[in-house]
Every structure is written in structure tokens, then in C-alpha cells.
Design a protein around this ligand. Structure first.
Ligand SMILES: Cc1ncc(COP(=O)(O)O)c(C=O)c1O
Length: 488
């Protein structure tokens, strides 16, 4: 046995005995090998046996610059390690967190101007909801204080008024969409619209309401885009009214919804959502954990769709996943009540704004700008789409949807009727065949049945013609094979 083979064997044994993989049926690895990825470069990964894979999922929709910048980013991390390996954002600032916050403020659209750092996407969503909740009580206090002061009252009366105001303006509910994924911590999980991952942990944080998502594929064929938009907005407004608008703190939605398969917003949707939020004074949060940092051919989905959110959540692409960093970005208007007197946002985590993570994220943004990564997506997205569109000729491919480098293919039993596969068929088709077969063929993308069955394609943003062809080629073969299995 070679040294490399022996080392791989040890790793394999240790993986089986000690490592617990996320969202993974570990029982499947009692007798089978755990896939062990040992290195990456560009859009490609290599496993412990030396086999290469094209990573058409960019890690988890997240390694935006691909795997080839480790040397350069590593130098930035090492320099920061030497200078200041850690300090906290609890009560203190440090240069990299300041620079990164300023950089993010400069690339986020509109008046998004203030950044609260966390360690990842779930924490970002969690923090956005907490911030929205506290915003209303802080605003209530601020308004009462202003009213009492203008009436010429004494400070003691103002303090009493604060206490009253805390009770008088309180909003806590969140609204998100069916099938949407927003993370796994209890708050973020409660916001999720995916029943299967909510159920094991119920009861969850009350009270989240779920509205319709923008999946148009299964809507009546003769419904116009305009009618579809009106239908969705009506559902949102009714839900808010039924919940009691004065109790709703936040509407949270992704610019393009990932779970369910790259659901695009129909024309006029975001303008309508913004108007409804304004009408009921509800904060609008765009969850940009995936769509941020170039995935859909603009720096942010909020810019591309002119969403004008009050809050955005970011993570993944912020550092291209070279570091565990995320954040909530908000406006001066949302910040304002927290600037009053002794007020503070009562929230924090040890690693928020970690200097090394911040240095990595700064270097990532510098690279994205220097190497024109976002421009590359904008310029080649049509070519990518056209390549993937060839798959629509296959009998099993019902729909191709998405934008930028963010696509999903919906699989159907019958293209004419758009009939989908049932749970048992999904199990055999997606888990039993498609995922392992794609992996065997050296392609990593994701077959997903959190909604209707889809294959998700979301390569690093440095992918080009060669990768587009390879993705479509392998997918084409495997999907054809899948069809022959289900139709025989
Ligand atoms: C839209 C969205 N929000 C939040 C999250 C949670 O991010 P994390 O896995 O970093 O906690 C994800 C993860 O995929 C996501 O796609």
C-alpha cells in the first residue's frame, strides 16, 4: 500500500468513526466510503483517491471566486494573524472590521449603510429578525421621548414614558415564503418554509407566517405574468392583514428563491412587495446569502431588482466561503432609534467581525473587483443559459429557470401535463440514482426535492465555456439515463 493510500484509509476510518456530517444520513456510511474532498482549484475539486470533480454547486452556492485564490487570500489571513489574530466587536472596533463595513456600504445599493457582522447566514437571518423586533420598541421609545420632551417634561418623566413605550410599540412576527430556506438556528429555522426540516424541532419560535413563493411553473398556463404578480401580492397583503399589521416586524424573502429551484420574481413583484411593506410600516429584508456578491450577475439581487430593502442578510459569497463570516446590512433610518440615549441593539456573538475573517472577506472583494468576476457573470450568463437550455430537449426536463450563474432544472414525469414525481419516486430517482450517478461522473450539483424535484446548478463565478459544456454534457447523459430508468 502506498503512503497516500494508507493516509486516505486512516482518514476514511476517522471520518466514519468521528465526524458527523450535516444534513446527512450517516447510516449510509456504515459500509460505504465517506466522500473526502482534499483539494480544489478554479471550478474543480479532487477527492482523497485523486479523482477530479467539476463543482457545479460552488461549495454551497458560495465559493464565488472558485478554489484558486487560496495563496493570495492566505497571505492576507496570515498578515492579519501576525498583526491582530482576534479582537471583538463587543464594544470595540478594529481596522479590518471597519474597512470591511465601509467596503460593504460602498457596494450595497441605495442607503444600506451599516453592517452588523456575524459568522454565517443563519446567524445573519437570526440577527435580522431580532433587529427588526427591537427596532419597533426602540422607535416607540424614541417617539414617546420626543413627544414628552416637546411637552417640556422632566427627564424622570421621560424615563417613565420609555417604560410605557416599550409596551406600546412591539412587533414580533415575520413573514417569509413557502419552501424558502433561511438557515437552521431556531429563529432562522422558524422562518424557513420547508416543513420537513421544521418538524423535528417543533414547537418553533412563534409566529412566522408563510406566503406563496414565485414558482410559476405549476400555475395555470393562461395566467399572465401581471395576473401572477397580482395574485402573489394579494396573498401577501391578506396575510399581513390577517396577522394584524401592527404586529408584523419583518417580511423576509430572497431576491431569487433557491429552495424549490431558482424561483424568479415576476415583473412588478418587488415593487409591489416594497409598497405593501411601506403601507404597513413593515421592514423588508432581502436575504442575499446566496444572491449577494455576484451570483445573479450584479453585486446584489437588491440592485438587480431594485428591491430597496431595509435590511439585507449576507454570508457565503462575502468571503467566497474562504472564511466563516456573514452580516446584516441596514439603513440609517433603521439604525436611528438605536443612536438615541442609552439605547443599544441587545445582541452579539464572539466571532462577529473577527479580524482574520474580515481580512479574508476584504481580500475576496478586492479580487472580485480586480478580476471583474461580477462583470464576467453578467457577460456570460446568456451563453450559460443557452448551453443549459439544450437540456430542455430531454423528456424528463420540464423547466429551466434562473439567472446569472444560478439555475434549476425541474424534472417531470410528463412534460405535457407537468406532472411531477411522487415522494417515493423522488427518493429512488434523486437520492438513489441522480446524486450518486452525477458524482460518479465527476459532477457535483444538487438534486433537491424540498419542493418539486429539481437539479440545482450554481457553479463558481469564474466558470466559462469549458465548464458550461461539461455541466450540460454530463447532466444530459445522466438525465437521459434517469429517464430510461423511470420510463422502462
Ligand atoms: C438564503 C439563505 N439564507 C440563509 C442561509 C443559511 O446560511 P448558513 O448555512 O451560512 O447558516 C442559507 C444557506 O444556504 C441561504 O441559502
Amino acid at each position: 500500500m502506498t503512503t497516500a493510500a494508507a493516509a486516505a484509509l486512516d482518514l476514511q476510518r476517522a471520518a466514519r468513526e468521528h465526524l458527523w456530517l450535516h444534513f446527512t444520513r450517516m447510516g449510509g456510511y456504515r459500509d460505504a466510503d465517506v466522500p473526502i474532498i482534499v483539494r480544489g482549484d478554479g471550478c474543480y475539486l479532487e477527492d482523497a483517491n485523486g479523482k477530479r470533480y467539476l463543482d457545479a454547486l460552488a461549495g454551497l452556492f458560495s465559493v464565488n471566486i472558485g478554489y484558486g485564490y487560496g495563496e493570495e487570500i492566505g497571505e492576507a489571513a496570515a498578515a492579519q494573524m501576525r498583526e491582530l489574530p482576534f479582537y471583538t466587536n463587543w464594544g470595540y472596533a478594529h481596522p479590518r472590521a471597519i474597512e470591511l463595513a465601509a467596503e460593504i456600504a460602498s457596494i450595497t445599493p441605495g442607503d444600506l449603510n451599516r453592517v452588523f457582522f456575524v459568522s454565517g447566514g443563519s446567524e445573519a437571518v437570526e440577527s435580522a429578525w431580532k433587529l427588526a423586533r427591537q427596532y419597533y420598541s426602540a422607535r416607540g421609545e424614541q417617539r414617546t421621548r420626543a413627544a414628552v420632551m416637546s411637552a417640556g417634561e422632566t427627564p424622570t418623566r421621560v424615563d417613565e414614558a420609555h417604560a410605557i413605550a416599550q409596551g406600546t410599540e412591539r412587533r414580533w412576527k415575520a413573514i417569509s415564503r413557502h419552501i424558502a430556506y433561511h438557515g437552521t438556528t431556531m429563529g432562522a429555522l422558524s422562518i424557513n418554509g420547508i416543513p420537513a426540516i421544521r418538524e423535528p424541532f417543533e414547537p418553533l419560535v412563534p409566529e412566522v407566517l408563510h406566503v406563496r413563493n414565485t414558482n410559476r411553473y405549476h400555475r395555470p398556463i393562461d395566467e399572465t405574468e401581471e395576473e401572477f404578480t397580482a395574485f402573489l401580492l394579494e396573498d401577501l397583503e391578506h396575510t399581513i392583514q390577517a396577522a394584524g399589521p401592527e404586529t408584523v416586524a419583518m417580511v423576509i424573502m430572497e431576491p431569487v428563491q433557491n429552495a424549490g429551484g431558482s424561483f424568479l420574481p415576476p415583473a412588478g413583484y418587488w415593487r409591489g412587495v416594497r409598497e405593501i411593506c411601506d403601507r404597513y410600516e413593515i421592514l423588508l429584508c432581502a436575504d442575499e446569502v446566496i444572491t449577494g456578491f455576484g451570483r445573479i450577475g450584479a453585486w446584489f439581487g437588491s440592485e438587480r431588482y431594485d428591491i430597496r430593502p431595509d435590511l439585507i442578510t449576507i454570508a457565503k459569497g462575502l468571503s467566497s466561503s474562504y472564511a466563516a463570516i456573514g452580516g446584516v446590512v441596514t439603513t440609517d433610518r433603521v439604525m436611528e432609534p438605536f443612536m438615541e440615549g442609552t439605547k443599544m441593539y441587545s445582541h452579539g456573538i464572539t466571532f462577529g467581525g473577527h479580524p482574520v475573517q474580515s481580512a479574508v472577506a476584504l481580500k475576496n472583494i478586492e479580487i472580485m473587483k480586480r478580476d471583474q468576476i461580477v462583470e464576467h457573470v453578467a457577460e456570460t450568463q446568456d451563453e450559460f443559459r443557452a448551453t443549459l437550455a439544450q437540456l430542455l430537449e430531454l423528456p424528463i426536463v420540464g423547466d429551466l429557470r434562473g439567472t446569472g450563474f444560478f439555475y434549476a432544472i425541474e424534472l417531470v414525469k410528463d412534460k405535457e401535463t407537468r406532472t411531477t414525481f411522487d415522494d417515493a419516486e423522488c427518493e429512488t430517482l434523486l437520492r438513489g440514482f441522480l446524486s450518486p450517478r452525477m458524482f460518479e461522473r465527476g459532477l457535483i450539483c444538487r438534486s433537491d426535492d424540498r419542493g418539486d424535484p429539481v437539479v440545482q446548478i450554481s457553479p463558481p463565478l469564474v466558470a466559462g465555456r469549458e465548464e458550461f459544456d461539461q455541466i450540460a454534457g454530463i447532466l444530459g447523459d445522466v438525465l437521459q439515463e434517469a429517464w430510461e430508468r423511470v420510463s422502462s
